[in-house]
Design a protein around this ligand. Structure first.
Ligand code: PEP
Length: 246
């Protein structure tokens, strides 16, 4: 059976409890869009209250530590996310890779920690503008996949890949549909090389400046199974317009 389109909101470092009203409205809207799978990754502080406030949508983390517990001041572990009500976590977002120096090896370790805690993982990959201009976009993304994707029995079913060109995040700029299709086909080939036939079922999300106006076109590109949405996921109105477009 084909996967339902998967639309995930990444709230980043935005939101206090006042924003739970938007999550409730998104949850009500998602209940009317049964053909679409919807989730939000709020800041850590909102995972537990959001999980209690919603019924239809998934709630997840934006990152996790590689260790389950210990002397890591300020960090949050995958078992803690699970305990708070998360069902998945994002790992390897380009903001973590760039601002926290996370290598593919660290992303791989975080993905493994998440799976060990019983969470699904969304693993982000994407090239910088300089890498695209140098004609290296596909090789960079394929190397990130090779280095960041956990392997093992039954792992593919718990993995989602998000292709997020770094230069499209929060900029209002998006790749052409042809470029999105070409990259997503290359990612699919790599997933099949890594996971065998299970790689055909891994959902590949596009992320980077998705909004109500461009969602339908971006989601129509080859091998695009949904979207990872930043800024436009912060209000029910803009996020649900993307859900409806899916
Ligand atoms: C993101 O950071 O994951 C993202 C896609 O952000 P935006 O939609 O704001 O570009």
């Amino acid at each position: 059976m084909a996967n339902r389109p998967y639309i995930v909101g990444n709230w980043k470092m935005n939101g206090t409890r006042a924003l739970l009203a938007e999550a409730r409205a998104i949850d009500r809207g998602a209940a009317r869009a049964a053909g679409v799978r919807v989730a939000i990754a709020p800041p850590f502080t909102l995972i537990n209250p959001m999980a209690d406030a919603v019924q239809e949508i998934g709630v997840g983390g934006q990152d996790c530590h590689v260790q389950p517990s210990g002397a890591y001041t300020g960090d949050i572990s995958a078992p803690m996310l699970k305990d708070a009500g998360a069902s998945f976590t994002i790992v390897g977002h380009s903001e973590r890779r760039a601002m926290h120096g996370e290598s593919d090896a660290v992303v791989l370790a975080k993905a493994g920690a998440a799976l060990a805690a019983g969470l699904d993982v969304i693993i982000c990959v994407g090239e910088t503008e300089a890498e695209r201009d140098a004609g290296q976009a596909e090789s960079v993304v394929c190397a990130q996949l090779q280095g960041s994707l956990p392997t093992g029995e039954d792992v593919a079913a718990k993995v989602t890949v998000a292709y997020e060109p770094v230069w499209a995040i929060g900029t209002g700029r998006v790749p052409s549909v042809d470029d999105v299709s070409a990259m997503h086909r290359a990612i699919r080939d790599r997933l099949v090389a890594i996971y065998g036939e299970d790689g055909a079922g891994v959902q590949i999300l596009y992320g980077g400046s998705v909004n109500a106006g461009n969602a339908a076109e971006l989601l129509s590109a080859d091998e695009v199974g949904g979207a990872l949405v930043g800024g436009a996921s912060l209000t029910a109105e803009s996020f649900l317009a993307i859900v409806v477009a899916a």
